[in-house]
Ligand binder design. Structure first.
Ligand code: UT7
Length: 334
C-alpha cells in the first residue's frame, strides 16, 4: 500500500555536528617489551621492527573497563563544556564488558550521574569508535539526540592468549571518549564503512559457553597475516575514499589517526595517501599497543595534549578489525 501522507511526526536536528571534547584513560601498568619477553619467546627488536610497539599499558588491580570508560568520559564531558544533564545519548563500543548485560553505556551513565540518557553498546571491535562517531553524527543531525557521549574502551590484557606469541605482545588496555553535539559548519565527514562477509574466523574470541565449561576466560585468536594483507590493500583504499568523501585533498588534511594496529600498516596507508610531510601522523601504538576500540580516541587525545595537533585541525580517522569491519571519517578536532 502506498502511503501518501502520515500522521507521524519526524524529528529534525542540527544542520551539522562536531566533536566538542575528547578524553582518554590508559591502563596504569606499563609493560615494556623486556617484560613481555619474560612471558613469550620473542625479542624487543622483533616486536619493534614488526609493529612499532615498545611498551603497552595494562590495567592494574583497581581498573576495569568501566573505570577506564568513566575516566575518559568524564574528561571528554568537562572539556566539551556540555553540562552532564544535556548528554541525552551514550554509545559505548567495546568487546570487554565483563558481563553480557547491563551494557557498559548504562553503567557509565550511572557512574557519571547523567540524566537517564538513551544508552546502548556497540560491537564493531577495532572499528567501534568510528562507528560510534558516525552514528552520533546522524543522531544529532536527525534530532534523536542533542549531545552524544561516544566511548571506545577495551581491557584486552584479560583476553590475550599468552600461549600464542604471534599476538600476545600486541594488546593494550584503555578508553577514549568524545562528546558530539550540534555545529553550524560540518565537523564530521561522511562515513566510509562496511564489512567483509565470510571472514568471521580471521579474528575471533572463544565462545563464552566453551570457555566457561573449560574453566578459562574467552581469548582472542587472530590470523595476523590475513588481517595484515587486508589492511594493507583493501583498507588502504578505504582511507583514500574517506578523504575523498569529505571533499578534501591530501594537502588539506592536518592529522592522520589510523587504528593503532601496526606501524607497518600505517606506513602502507601513508604511501598510498601521499600526504604532505607536515601532516601529523599518530604513532601512539609505540607506548600503548593495540587498544582496539579505544585506540583512535586515545591517540587523538595524546596528539592534542602534546600540541602536535591543534583544535580545528582536519583529522582522518579510521578503524578496522574483527568482523571483519571498518569505518572511517574526517573530523574536525575539538
Ligand atoms: O586490531 C585489529 C586489526 N589487527 C591487525 O591489523 C593486525 C595485523 N597483523 C599484524 O600486524 C601482523 O600480522 C602481526 C604483528 C600480528 C604478526 O607479524 P607478522 O609479520 O605477520 O608475523 P608472522 O605471524 O607472519 O610470523 C613471521 C615470523 C614467523 O617465523 P618464520 O615462520 O618466518 O620462521 C614466526 O614464527 O615471525 C615469527 N614470530 C615471532 N618471532 C619473534 C611470530 N611471532 C613472533 C614473536 N617473536 N613474537
Amino acid at each position: 500500500m502506498r502511503i501518501m501522507s502520515s500522521p507521524i511526526k519526524a524529528s529534525h536536528g542540527a544542520a551539522y555536528s562536531r566533536i566538542l571534547g575528547v578524553g582518554g584513560a590508559r591502563g596504569n601498568r606499563v609493560v615494556d617489551n623486556a617484560e613481555m619477553c619474560t612471558i613469550i619467546d620473542s625479542s624487543d627488536e622483533w616486536i619493534q621492527q614488526r609493529t612499532g610497539i615498545s611498551e603497552r599499558r595494562w590495567v592494574d588491580d583497581e581498573q576495569t573497563a568501566l573505570t577506564l570508560a568513566t575516566e575518559a568520559a568524564r574528561k571528554a564531558i568537562e572539556r566539551s563544556g556540555v553540562a552532564t544533564d544535556q548528554i541525552d545519548a551514550v554509545l559505548v563500543s567495546s568487546v570487554s564488558n565483563e558481563r553480557r548485560f547491563p551494557s557498559l553505556s548504562v553503567q557509565v551513565a550511572s557512574e557519571l550521574g547523567l540524566d537517564n540518557p538513551a544508552a546502548t553498546d556497540l560491537q564493531a571491535a577495532c572499528a567501534g569508535f568510528c562507528y560510534g562517531v558516525s552514528l552520533a553524527d546522524s543522531m544529532v543531525r536527525t534530532g534523536s539526540a542533542h549531545y552524544v557521549l561516544v566511548v571506545g574502551v577495551e581491557v584486552l590484557s584479560k583476553q590475550t592468549d599468552f600461549s600464542d606469541r604471534s599476538t600476545a605482545f600486541l594488546f593494550g588496555d584503555g578508553a577514549g571518549a568524545v562528546v558530539i553535539g550540534p555545529s553550524e559548519v560540518p565537523g564530521i565527514g561522511p562515513a566510509v564503512w562496511g564489512s567483509e562477509i565470510n571472514t568471521g574466523e580471521i579474528i575471533h574470541s572463544d565462545e563464552f559457553e566453551v570457555a566457561v565449561a573449560g574453566g578459562f576466560s574467552p581469548k582472542i585468536h587472530m590470523e595476523g597475516n590475513k588481517v595484515f594483507r587486508w589492511a594493507t590493500t583493501y583498507i588502504v583504499e578505504k582511507t583514500v575514499e574517506t578523504l575523498e568523501a569529505a571533499g578534501l585533498t591530501p594537502e588539506e588534511l592536518d592529522v592522520f589517526i589510523p587504528h593503532q594496529a601496526n606501524n607497518r600498516i600505517t606506513d602502507a596507508m601513508l604511501r598510498r595517501l601521499k600526504l604532505p610531510d607536515d601532516v601529523v601522523v599518530s604513532r601512539d601504538i609505540k607506548m600503548m599497543g593495540n587498544a582496539s576500540a579505544a585506540s583512535v580516541p586515545i591517540a587523538m587525545e595524546a596528539l592534542l595534549e602534546s600540541g602536535e595537533a591543534k583544535p580545528g585541525d582536519n583529522a582522518l580517522i579510521i578503524g578496522f578489525g574483527a568482523g571483519l569491519v571498518y569505518a572511517g571519517q574526517v573530523v574536525v578536532l575539538p
